[in-house]
Design a protein around this ligand. Sequence first.
Ligand code: GDP
Length: 450
Amino acid sequence: MFDNLSDRLTGVFDRLRGRGSLNEQDVREAMREVRIALLEADVALPVARDFINRVTEKAVGQQVLKSVTPGQQVVKIVNDELVAMLGGDAEGAGEAEPLHLDARPPVVIMMVGLQGSGKTTSTAKIARLLKDKQGKKPMMASLDVNRPAAQEQLKVLGEQAGVATLPIVPGQQPVDIARRALESAKLQAVDVLLLDTAGRLHVDEALMAEMKAVASVSAPTEVLLVVDSLTGQDAVNVAQSFSDEVPLTGVVLTRMDGDARGGAALSMRAVTGKPIKFAGTGEKLDAIEPFHPRRVADRILGMGDVVSLVEKAASVVDKEEADKLAERMMKGQFDMNDLRTQLGQMQKMGGLGMLAGMMPGMKKAKQAMAASGMDDKVLVHMDAIIGSMTRKERANPALMNAKRKKRVAAGSGTSVQEVNKLLKMHQEMGRAMKQIRKMGGLKGLGALFG
Ligand code: GDP
């Protein structure tokens, strides 16, 4: 996601941060580069222009330029404005816009969009989220009588997601299906009814008329437009056309997994005024995420999506174990056993590749890892090396002399070189921990990686 933009921006900001002082000219030059990066990411022109104007205005202020860390401050301004551009409030938390489901049940979510945008898949993904994460009782109904087998497809997805679908009555028309779905949802005490409406290849009158008719019988609380992020500015134009016709409450942006540019995500809010509520990140039913403007901004700026990382960690890592580890780290008692625990946790969290995208500064580390042929096998090797060390050696790695290294290399089926690498890594982690402590604990973590 956003790989190109992220690379470009990190380059600009590394240069900004690296300088002790900045003048207005420096800022304007950097902003020119940012502007080009945004346009290359396929951001709508007026959106890019406004963005640059807002950032420049704030950044050339005397307070920023005269501060001790002008580069950092400019980056922070860009980050905040990026959050705003993605749909969050620049001053606020930049949290995801939730679905509003407090109306009287069955609350109706109407899914609209063009054919092939990922509408049916997204319907099932959201239904599954509501069931599994919010304890709701959802039901889905397909009103798509145009595309052959569309209703059948939703039924199959429903079975996979464990969500009920309205039984198919061949030949029934969309508005009638919507009425029947509502009746059935009421009878079965369904909390949320998701209506997967028909899509067409293009925005046309028949499609809009059908959508309006369905909306008028079902009174949806949420009308979510599904668009394919890979179509870039087209996605934004489609959103515009739809929102002229029906009161959209939000957007689901699919195929974010394949979108290296990100133009649709970046321009959607500014152009249409509609929040992106979810991002589709793959074909599987669990590949959907609430769209958090601040987290996405952090990812784009190469600051890493630390919050998502921590959330992910919390879901797979034993909390007590993690707390103990953190405490030992802070006390400077981080030994080989701790490193091993941590390597194990990294593996549980999906390996290096998964982590690299989320951790601050890890983009560069990932490139370096790839260049040196480091991959998930390395985690396994490291674990084997630590496994071949004695208890004493693990507690006090300084004991590792040439003889011991040779023995451990042989025992773990690795080389002395690899043993050295691991020892070095442990040393460096120890040093990093000390620095964090000096900077005032975990709060200083960002500064270390930034
Ligand atoms: P519809 O015509 O709008 O209902 O589109 P479908 O839901 O049938 O999706 C079309 C194709 O896109 C299917 O093969 C889906 O698996 C795929 N798809 C949907 N959402 C995503 C996504 O977020 N990422 C990826 N990679 N594929 C997706």
